[in-house]
Write a protein that binds this ligand. Structure first.
Ligand code: FE2
Length: 619
């Protein structure tokens, strides 16, 4: 037994691989970052190869490979669902089932064939259930010896949500909610109806919700219609969906558009069409209903376990607005959420389940610290890689021997309102960029948000940006009394930083409201005065911490705007070459990779000076 386990998630969306050696995470990465196909469902050939290389291992060295769900159970669910809903399902049965017969039923063969491409040698494959993988990804790397576990997603094999308890190295699932009744799929149905893509647009729907008018007649009517017609919410947080309104069990779309039109009196929004107030109110209504259901589930988890702490995973756990409210609700003393809460994190969870449950190995917990290493678990690149990219693209750059000097230059650029690509160290695992594959901006300037959305990210103007704040400065800016290292908590900007609203505010159009200055850090203050916070600790990301610290020395502000290093529709960059190409395709001003600052050929070059102010000079 080598103690090495490779976890795999694949064939649905967000494929990924993770390597655990003696219970410690050695590497974890999403396949999309290597193939550049966002949310790819392909077997994670590149991610798995990277993980093995990082561990210096061959396939034959592994104890086993752990796959993140049980394909046969999933197949059984599909057959039974079609049977139960026949004959409505016949059309999609004939189009979906052949795919399953071809691909899913023979998953074992597909898996074996793909694994064979990773190298020679026979290796055992284990199949922990999907929600057990999520539960394992939430509990085992958490800082708690004992905790209640809540997993919520669209659907695994049958389960759509579970409540469990973790103690030492064991996990016990206590309650399970089964397909077709699913909070994740309910939220996805609204994502679809509001004109966003299912499985990726949920985050946009959450971002849209605060533009809805709280307590307006329209929002309240939508909420009433949701709970009267679509979802029966029980006291324990379990739900029953009225399947007359949903198509996902048998059809090829999420919901019955005609019935939803009758119910809500608004048609399905076409993708990319203008966002009207009514869709914002609908987004707010479903966000509020979702929060109520999560809250009830969390209360049940408390009742069933009596634990002090809660851990969460599954795609719905990425709903950071709900998470912030949970924390303020104080049902549990503390909450830890797996940063790769979606299906990519299932790869890590499956490996953990194989180690602690399959092999019965004990957990080693460092008190007060999780085992995710800040989620910086992906590949990193050195000076040679950066120089190779510079040579290939004849890219102009300035090299800084002294990193602290570089921080001063970048702090100065940010202060001048420049947008800077920041590429350092190991790539993040999970959907958020946490300061190693990030684009940074000045949080105090009124036009940072507009510039980032429209000129760099090429995405909807309403999308908010998040602050990366020095861990020790969180409570200077936000009503939050603890670190939020994975950008999974939302809290309010502190009252003393807030500016009053004009009288005609409610009559303003969405975009006018969006760009209204709400605080002294407007670029990260959301429309409802909240912020999606990431705290930076010197311990887990010293380089990013140093940059923000230097920025604070210069400006007095211990925070910057942090958004993921990608453009709309593309995965976050992985290599220095990806970063350079993204830099050149956008109006980003400067790119920092390692100790190199790249500029554009027609842009001012940075010239080092002995004083703190760096001068800009045209080539
Ligand atoms: Fe899942």
């Amino acid at each position: 037994m080598s103690g090495a386990i490779l976890g795999i998630s694949a064939y649905y969306h967000d494929s990924a691989a993770a390597l655990l050696v003696d219970g410690k995470i050695v590497a974890a990465a999403h396949e999309e970052r290597f193939t550049r196909e966002k949310h790819t469902s392909e077997f994670p050939q590149h991610a798995a190869t990277y993980c093995l290389e990082e561990g210096g291992l061959q396939i034959s060295d592994l104890d086993c490979i752990a796959f993140y769900d049980k394909p046969y159970l999933k197949f059984e669910r599909l057959l039974e669902t079609y049977h139960a809903f026949a004959p409505q399902g016949l059309k999609s049965f004939t189009s979906a089932i052949p795919v399953w017969i071809k691909e899913k039923l023979f998953m074992r063969k597909m898996l074996n064939d793909s694994i064979a491409k990773l190298g020679d040698g026979k290796v055992k494959i284990l199949f922990p259930e999907h929600h057990l993988s999520h539960a394992a990804s939430a509990f085992y790397p958490s800082p708690f010896e004992e905790a209640a576990i809540l997993t919520i997603d669209g659907v695994g094999e049958w389960a759509t949500a579970t409540i469990g308890v973790g103690k030492g190295n064991s996990i016990k699932i206590l309650r399970e909610l089964d397909f077709p009744h699913s909070l994740g799929l309910l939220y996805s149905a609204f994502t679809y109806y509001c004109g966003f893509k299912v499985n990726s647009g949920e985050y946009k729907l959450m971002g849209l919700a605060p533009y809805g008018h709280p307590d307006s007649e329209q929002t309240n009517l939508f909420k009433k219609k949701i709970v009267d017609h679509l979802v029966d919410i029980r006291e324990d947080g379990s739900i029953l969906l009225n399947m007359d309104y949903f198509n996902y069990a048998t059809g090829l779309t999420m919901c019955d558009d005609k019935k939803w039109l009758q119910l809500f009196s608004i048609p399905k929004r076409e993708q990319e069409s203008e966002l009207n107030q009514v869709y914002m109110d609908l987004a707010l209504a479903i966000q509020q209903v979702t929060e109520e259901i999560i809250y009830l589930m969390v209360q049940t988890a408390k009742k069933l376990t009596g634990s002090k702490y809660l851990v969460m995973a599954g795609g719905v756990a990425l709903n950071c607005v709900a998470n912030g409210k949970l924390l303020r609700g104080s049902i549990f003393e503390d909450i830890w959420i797996q940063p790769a809460a979606g299906d990519a994190g299932g790869a890590l969870g499956a490996a953990y389940a194989a180690w602690h449950i399959g092999q019965g190995k004990p957990r080693q917990i460092v008190q007060g610290q999780d085992s995710m290493e800040g989620a910086y678990l992906g590949p990193e690149y050195g000076s040679d890689d950066i120089k190779r990219t510079a040579k290939k693209y004849k890219a102009p750059y300035t090299y800084y021997e002294d990193f602290e000097e570089l921080c001063k230059v970048v702090a100065d650029l940010l202060d001048q309102g420049m947008v800077v690509g920041w590429f350092q160290g190991r790539m993040e695992y999970g959907p958020r960029a946490l300061g190693n594959r990030s684009i940074l901006g000045n949080p105090c300037l009124p036009d940072t948000q507009k510039k980032l959305n429209l000129k760099i990210k090429y995405r909807e103007g309403f999308r908010p940006f998040a602050p990366a704040v020095l861990e020790e400065d969180i409570s200077e800016y936000f009503d939050l009394d603890r670190p939020s290292p994975y950008m999974l908590l939302v809290a309010q900007v502190r009252e003393n930083r807030i500016k009053p609203l004009p009288e005609n505010y409610n009559r303003m159009k969405m975009y006018e409201r969006l760009y209204h200055l709400r605080s002294d850090v407007p670029a990260i203050t959301h429309i409802d005065y909240s912020a999606r916070i990431q705290s930076i600790s010197k311990k887990t990301n010293e380089r990013f911490w140093k940059l923000i610290y230097t920025y604070k020395q210069k400006t007095g502000y211990g925070l910057v705007v942090n958004t993921s290093f990608n453009v709309r529709g593309e995965p976050i960059v992985c290599t220095p070459e990806d970063a350079y190409r993204c830099f050149m395709r956008t109006e980003m001003d400067y790119l920092v990779t390692g100790n190199y600052i790249f500029h554009k050929k027609d842009q001012p070059k940075l010239v080092e000076t002995d004083d703190w102010k760096t001068k800009l000079k045209l080539d």
